[in-house]
Design a protein around this ligand. Sequence first.
Ligand code: G6Q
Length: 546
Amino acid sequence: MFGKKNTKAWNQLESVYKHFKDTQMRDLFASDANRAEKYSLQLENMFVDYSKNRIDDEVMTSLFGLARERGVEEKIQDMFSGKKINKTENRAVLHIALRNRQDTPIYVDGRDVMPQINETLEKIKDFSEKVRLGRFLGYTGKKLTNIVNIGIGGSDLGPFMATEALRPYWAKDIKCYFISNIDGTSCAEVLNNIDPETTLFIVASKTFTTIETLTNAKTCRKWLVDALGEHAVSKHFVALSTNKEEVEKFGINPENMFQFWDFVGGRYSMWSAIGLIIAIAVGYKNFERMLEGANAMDRHFATADLEHNIPVILALIGIWYNNFYDIHRYGVIPYDQYLQYLPAYLQQLDMESNGKTVTLDGKYVDYATGPVLFGGAGTNVQHSFFQLLHQGSEIVPIDFIIPAISHNEIGNHHQILVANVLAQGEALMQGKTEEEAALEMQKAGKSEAEINRLKKFKSFSGNRPSTTIVLRKLDPYTLGMLVAMYEHKVYTQGVIWNINSFDQFGVELGKKLALNILPELEGTAFGVEHDSSTTGLINHIKRIRK
Ligand code: G6Q
């Protein structure tokens, strides 16, 4: 049984931590001219510099020891061979099969899953091309140029993030919209701006039972039927789901349904039919390039030794902070406006996957698991929460992501952007001592008294970790690599923590309670027992709405 106390590698890391913990990265850089080269890796057009982390050879060797002890190598193979690693739901976890460009067979319960995956890909190709070329038209014969994805969680965040990330590749005449929130505003703000004759609704729901998605889809269906009549539905609605029965019940022709399977988790599903809107927006070829990029990362993850394995290394560095430095926060800052929704996407990927406290053996963990992840696009966030990153009492390890070439090389914008991301990493690592701050003020002609008054405020502790990921350019292939890298990082951490990264029971309780409260708000149920706060809030809101 895995518990931190009874593993050799964990104990080894604890003793390494004791003598290493106060080591300053500044000193490590000063004493080793090759540090950056040693702690960076290149995979195709992605370069990962992890040298600005609190690590040295002994730390890394001990971390690799932990990974080996925890069976990371075998567990990677288990995923790729279709084993049912989602043990609580007894499912295989095969997002890697969705982008298995080699088309090698992958068996689940003795059945190769590749033929059905390829069949759906063909269907996505065929349909996305027809829409783009105006061969699949709306009911009144007009081209479908407004594409609306209705979905939530894993059926929204991935396609939304990727579609936005690949905006430069959008067909000129196509506009994409996303309706996710049950808040009527989400529907209203889209429907107010589109024309039913030119709108295609994609209802994306693995289960086809999610209240938000079904309510939004019903509202959109009614809006369309009111404008064009019931017969128009089959020309304006398609469904992405595993649940044919519910799709039919909802009133979408099963011919307009794109299938996926229970071995694809919601937050891992943008590579499947859930990615249909991406394919329509950027074209099937580009969608395929995204799959190819992810596949390149998959092959790297499955075959590189741990010491050269990017997702594994990032996972281990995360473990080092989380479990030894007791740093349970983590930031992702893309310096690319097109990647502005990546942090929100990764928030789900990481926090829903590894926000668990029960091990695969059904015991409570005695160590920290998934960290709190947040982020936003640079340079904007430099002007908001970066103050805390530089001088706050919390240490927050950061992933910086920057493409070397921009899609919009206007004047020197991109050079300024690059200068900023590199400066942030440098500043976090180097910091500024009180003496350095004093010297600076002296040079600027400040008085002794003023220098003494201000030098603490103007000093930076430094030794704050970051990893810098440089992409050649944000294209579909590279986006695929990047996202797959994070998926595998999350899995590796889940393996080390001995938790199931692929279930999400934690989101169930609130959903159930909402179903209890709804009839009370609607006035069809009374006297349901709650705590006094919940009862008070229900009554307060009912009074206002009367
Ligand atoms: C993701 C989760 C969750 C799910 C949504 C939507 O891994 O399972 O975010 O994607 O709850 O579910 P449906 O696709 O079934 O509507």
